[in-house]
Design a protein around this ligand. Structure first.
Ligand code: LHQ
Length: 256
């Protein structure tokens, strides 16, 4: 199976599973990923999602030979398969952790960067790779890199397509958590389960607020934030958080 889906302790693990091709993406994987994210959005049992790759790579981007065999323009292909996927990842109101224990390349870089928390092992590397085959980049990579690492870094990463280490990704604010290779799996699970046991409905509202703030003026955004506070005020997790505070105990959040 090129895409494995598994739920444990309220965490959905989506594993790209073509290790011999560094998890390069086929139509089947892209379609499967989008439907898995859509399903996870509705599944109350899923409170955090981890997107990872099996073997030595996170994802090497588009499977190039697979695309060559299709009779469709790049625009048609990106529009049909990549745009809805990355758009769903950014709007889905549950934490998404993208976790790399190896090479990240091409559109795989865009999917990695689209995570809410980007996690790397010390053996992870990223190469944008698009310009190596004469392409500027897609799946939001130019949008994300300018905002996350700055315009000039974005230009450097996209034009020179040099392999950067996990430590450099951390320095560039393109990775939030860097774990040792030897403990990567257990550290990742611990982080994912910690997120999944938090007030995940509120995390979704935080994601919505941050997304809104990316494209709104300050005064308008202040209004939006205040309105979201009222939405959160109705949640069970807000009530539990307040009660736990008064009772001087740890809160038990349910994600509702
Ligand atoms: C692959 C791939 C791959 C197939 C490694 N496909 N097999 C969207 C749609 C519209 C237009 C096009 O663009 C896009 C978005 C994109 O993602 S474009 C960018 C596509 N990705 C790339 O250009 C990256 C190509 N790969 C590489 O540059 C290297 O493989 C990297 C730097 C990722 C890793 O290098 P190594 O660690 O030296 O591994 P390797 O090159 O030996 O690869 C291992 C195997 O994986 C090998 O298979 P083989 O059967 O020969 O052993 C590669 O052919 C295969 N593979 N990437 N994208």
């Amino acid at each position: 199976m090129p895409l494995i889906s598994d739920i444990n302790n309220n965490v959905l693990y989506l594993t790209l599973n073509r290790p011999e091709k560094l998890n390069a993406l086929t139509d089947e994987m892209l379609t499967g990923l989008l439907s898995a994210f859509k399903k996870a959005e509705k599944d109350t049992n899923v409170r955090t999602i981890v997107l990872q790759g099996s073997g030595k790579g996170f994802c090497a981007g588009q499977d190039l030979p697979d695309l060559e065999s299709k009779n469709r323009s790049f625009y048609e292909h990106i529009n049909a398969l990549y745009m809805p996927l990355v758009s769903k990842m950014r709007s889905l109101e549950k934490p998404i952790l993208t976790a790399a224990n190896g090479v990240i390349a091409g559109a795989g870089s865009a999917l990695f960067l689209a995570g809410d928390l980007r996690v790397c092992s010390t053996r992870a590397t990223l190469i944008t790779a698009f310009s190596k085959i004469g392409l500027p980049g897609d799946t939001g990579i130019t949008w994300m890199l300018t905002r996350q690492a700055g315009w000039n870094r974005a230009f450097e990463l996209l034009t020179r397509s040099e392999k950067v280490s996990a430590h450099t990704l951390k320095d560039l604010h393109l990775c939030e958590h860097l774990f040792e290779e030897s403990t990567f799996e257990t550290d990742l699970i611990a982080l994912a389960e910690q997120m999944a046991s938090g007030p995940t409905r509120t995390y979704g509202l935080i994601k919505r607020a941050l997304n809104h703030g990316m494209s709104s003026g300050f005064e308008e955004h202040l209004e939006y934030e205040a309105w979201l506070m009222d939405v959160a005020a109705q949640t069970a997790d807000h009530a539990e958080g307040m009660t736990a505070f008064k009772e001087k105990r740890a809160p038990l959040f349910v994600g509702k």
